[in-house]
Design a protein around this ligand. Structure first.
Ligand code: PMP
Length: 407
C-alpha cells in the first residue's frame, strides 16, 4: 500500500498538469468520467506496442499473451467485486450492462404483468431500459419515492412491493446527483424476502467504496471502467452464476457460441455467451491496471479522503449566500449538486470554466429526478482520488466571482 498523499497521487495523472484558459486545471467532474493515471495509460500502450493480437482464437504467441492479459483483467475484476470469474461479463459500460439484463433476463425470466421497481433517483441508464421493456414486453414499471432528504423512502418501497408482483428491484448504489448511498445489504435482503432479484447500478459507488457482491448478496451489479480511472469503452456486468447460466445471449456472433450450423446454433457458457465479437481488448487490460491502481491506494484511504473533501465542500459551499446544495443524505459520496439563486447552472459552469474550473451542469442524465427536486438544471462538483481541499476552495472563490458578475 502506498498510503495516502494527494500530491503524490496527482503526480500519477499527467492531465492534471494541463492548463485551461491559461489557468491551472481544477477538475471537478470526475463523476462524469475520471482522469487516467500513468499506470493505465502505460498498460494500454504496452499492450499495443508489445503484446497485441485478437484474443481467444490465435494459436500463436501474441494471441496467447494478449488473451492472458485480457483474462487476467477478468480475474482482477472478479477479485475487486469478490465474485467468480465466470460471473464477470465485459460490456461497454454500465448502460450496456443494464440493457443486457433488461433484454436477456427481462424478456425470459420476467413475464408480462410482472413488475420492476426503480427509484426516483436513477440515472437514465437505469430507467430507460426498463421503460423500453415495459413498452415491448408488458412488464409494469414502478418508481419508488425518495424522502425530502434525498434518501430512499422504505415505506414507499414496501407499498410498491405489497402486491407480490415485483420480480426485480433495479436501483442505484450511489446517486450521481444527490450523492446518496443506498443501503444495499438491506435492499437486497428486502427484495429477496419478497422473492424478487436485485440489480445494483454501481457506476458511482464502485469508484468510492469497496464492493463485495457476496456480502451484499447482489444478483446483478454493474459499473463502468471510465469512472474508475480506467478507459472508456469497457464496463462490467456481474451476475450470479445461476442467473447468467439461465439467460439467453444479448448479441449474437463470433466468440459467444458453442457450435453453429445453418440450421441452429448453441451458446457458450457465461461469461463468453454475452461477449459476442472482438471485445475492447486494450481497454479491458487498461481497466485491470486501473483496479491495480486503486487497490494499491486502498479503498479505506480513498473513502476517508473523499469523505473529508465532501464534508469540506458542504461546509464551505453553505457559506455562499443563495447557494443551495441538493440532498441531505446521512451517507453520501463525493458529488455535490447545487443551484445558485439568480444564475442558471449553465452560466455557473461556463463562468467557472473561464477560471479553469471544470464542473458539470444540466440534469446529469437524471431528468425526472432533477424535476422532482424542482429544478431544470443544476451544477455539480464531483471529487476523485486526486481532488484537493484547495481545489474546493478554488471552487468557492470561483463561485463568488460568478456572483459578482451577476451582480
Ligand atoms: N448510473 C449512474 C449512477 C451514473 O452516474 C452513470 C454515468 N453518469 C451511469 C449509470 C451510466 O454510465 P455509462 O455512461 O458509463 O454507461
Amino acid at each position: 500500500r502506498i498510503g495516502f498523499d494527494v500530491e503524490r497521487i496527482r503526480a500519477d495523472f499527467p492531465i492534471l498538469a494541463e492548463r485551461v484558459h491559461g489557468r491551472k486545471l481544477v477538475f471537478l467532474d470526475s463523476a462524469a468520467s475520471a482522469q487516467k493515471p500513468r499506470a493505465v495509460i502505460d498498460a494500454m500502450v504496452r499492450t499495443m506496442e508489445t503484446r497485441y493480437a485478437n484474443v481467444h482464437r490465435g494459436l500463436h504467441w501474441m494471441s496467447e499473451r494478449c488473451s492472458d492479459d485480457y483474462e487476467g483483467a477478468r480475474d482482477k475484476v472478479a477479485a475487486f467485486l469478490n465474485a467468480a470469474r465466470e460471473e464477470i461479463v465485459f460490456v461497454r459500460n454500465a448502460t450496456e450492462a443494464i440493457n443486457l439484463v433488461a433484454h436477456s433476463y427481462g424478456r425470459t425470466v420476467l413475464q408480462p404483468g410482472d413488475a420492476v421497481v426503480v427509484s426516483e433517483m436513477e440515472h437514465h441508464a437505469n430507467l430507460v431500459p426498463w421503460q423500453m421493456l415495459r413498452d415491448s414486453h408488458g412488464i409494469e414499471l414502478r418508481i419508488a419515492k425518495i424522502t425530502e432528504a434525498g434518501e430512499l423512502d422504505f415505506h414507499d418501497l414496501e407499498r410498491n412491493f405489497a402486491d407480490g408482483r415485483v420480480r426485480l428491484l433495479a436501483i442505484t448504489h450511489m446517486s450521481n446527483v444527490l450523492g446518496t448511498y443506498t443501503p444495499v445489504e438491506r435492499l437486497a435482503a428486502f427484495a429477496h424476502a419478497y422473492g424478487a432479484r436485485i440489480l445494483l447500478d454501481g457506476a458511482q459507488a464502485a469508484v468510492h467504496r469497496a464492493v463485495d457482491v457476496r456480502a451484499i448478496d447482489a444478483d446483478f451489479y454493474v459499473f463502468s471502467g471510465h469512472k474508475l480511472y480506467g478507459p472508456s469503452g469497457i464496463g462490467v456486468l456481474y451476475g450470479k452464476r445461476e442467473l447468467l447460466e439461465a439467460m439467453p445471449p444479448f448479441l449474437g456472433g463470433g466468440d459467444m457460441i458453442r457450435s453453429v450450423s445453418y440450421e441452429k446454433s448453441s451458446w457458450a457458457e457465461p461469461p463468453y455467451r454475452f461477449e459476442a465479437g472482438t471485445p475492447a481488448i486494450i481497454e479491458t487490460i487498461g481497466l485491470g491496471a486501473a483496479i491495480d491502481y486503486v487497490n494499491a491506494i486502498g479503498f479505506e484511504a480513498i473513502a476517508a479522503h473523499e469523505r473529508s473533501l465532501t464534508d469540506h465542500a458542504l461546509a464551505v459551499l453553505s457559506d455562499i449566500d443563495g447557494l443551495h446544495v441538493l440532498g441531505r443524505a446521512q451517507d453520501r459520496g463525493g458529488v455535490v449538486a447545487f443551484t445558485l439563486d439568480g444564475v442558471h447552472a449553465h452560466d455557473v459552469a461556463t463562468l467557472l470554466d473561464k477560471q479553469g474550473i471544470a464542473v458539470r451542469a444540466g440534469h446529469h442524465c437524471a431528468e425526472p429526478l432533477t424535476r422532482r427536486l424542482g429544478q431544470d438544471s443544476t451544477a455539480r462538483a464531483s471529487f476523485g482520488v486526486y481532488t484537493t481541499h484547495g481545489e474546493i476552495d478554488a471552487l468557492v472563490s470561483g463561485l463568488r466571482r460568478v456572483k459578482q458578475v451577476f451582480g
